[in-house]
Design a protein around this ligand. Structure first.
Ligand code: GTP
Length: 318
């Protein structure tokens, strides 16, 4: 069984990080987000199809010769085809019911349970749905007896059909993919799903967590969620507070790390305090307090910080 992972977006909201690392290769708890997603696929999936536009060379290089337990097929797009066009572009590589993922979503969804529901209802498509308090920034669905009957874009407060939004994870029969015109930029959410509403399109609401890790704030949140309880117990040169992950190759001296801090490979730091932050690979730093920041890769605190820092609401002091 195949899973298509949409990993072709520009990742504009995560610039400047995505100028040098395409979003799917940005790490979550030190593992690139697309690799993490592939590894989390249930066993029934033997193939991951990566729909790529922006960042094609980096993606090919990263997966070249790498064994992560599934067959990896990289399908390039010459022009960005949007979510629907990108899926259609992968059509020759699928053999039946296909799972589709937005490559930047981190969630607690139980895909096996979703697949059982998909088979039981005989759905043409099943969309994972997430409940939000205020749906006015999102597209919502109307759900009747499990079927999606209508879509509504960015509803004004008080007019919403429900509080359930599309969580960017689908199970689709080939007939839905065949409805997408070939070689054209198409949004499956806006141009295809509304045509199937009320006719075999089901919803799968789930609980737990759902993070679209595409903004600096949510990228930090997704890192800490991915870290879970699997932090580093001890590391030379670091006093670890709460939950933190330090790559084994990091060289630290007199540092306080955590809580919620992730230190990438090749990092060298002395006399630093790092809290609620992600330090990407090969960063070097001295004598700083870093909170709620994303730093790196390949920069030094003293010389390059103002050019390389993303600080959603963070503080730095020297
Ligand atoms: P922003 O530019 O910050 O909005 O990020 P993005 O480019 O990733 O867009 P968005 O978060 O809306 O995309 C949702 C998912 O679809 C992401 O996993 C993207 O990689 C993917 N995606 C968006 N557009 C395309 C496309 O044209 N082709 C492919 N292959 N994937 C896409």
């Amino acid at each position: 069984m195949e899973a298509i992972i949409l990993v072709g977006g520009l990742g504009t909201r995560l610039r400047p990080l995505t100028h040098t690392i395409p979003k799917p290769l940005l790490p979550l708890a030190n593992v690139p987000m697309v690799e993490r997603m592939i590894k989390n696929l249930p066993e029934t999936f033997d193939t991951a199809i990566l729909a790529v536009n922006y960042g094609l060379n980096e993606m090919e290089k990263y997966f070249d010769g790498k064994d992560i337990g599934k067959k990896i097929v990289i399908v390039p797009e010459e022009e960005p085809l949007g979510t629907g066009g990108a899926m259609r572009n992968c059509f020759d590589h699928i053999t039946g019911t296909t799972a589709v993922f937005n490559g930047d979503v981190v969630s607690s969804i139980n895909l096996e349970k979703m697949m059982k529901q998909h088979v039981k209802t005989g759905a043409k498509g099943t969309l994972a749905l997430w409940e939000v308090d205020d749906p006015s920034r999102f597209g919502v669905v109307e759900l009747k007896n499990g079927q999606i009957t209508q879509f509504q874009e960015k509803p004004e407060k008080g007019t919403e059909l429900s509080n359930l939004i599309n969580a960017g994870n689908y199970l689709l029969e080939p007939e839905i993919l065949e409805m997408i015109p070939t070689g054209k930029k198409i949004s499956i959410e806006r141009e295809i799903y509304p045509k199937v509403a009320g006719n075999g399109l089901y919803g799968f609401p789930f609980e737990g967590y759902f993070i679209d890790s595409g903004t600096p704030e949510s990228y930090l949140e997704a890192n800490f969620k991915s870290l879970g309880k699997n932090g580093t117990a001890a590391h030379k040169g670091a006093s670890i507070r709460g939950n933190a992950l330090i790559h084994e190759s990091a060289k630290l001296k007199d540092c306080i790390i955590g809580s919620d801090a992730i230190i990438g490979p090749g990092v060298e730091m002395e006399k630093c305090v790092i809290r609620k932050s992600v330090i990407l690979s090969n960063v070097s730093g001295y004598g700083s307090v870093i909170e709620e920041c994303i730093i790196g890769p390949d920069v030094s605190f003293k010389n390059d910080l103002t050019r390389s820092l993303i600080s959603p609401k963070g503080t730095i002091s020297f």
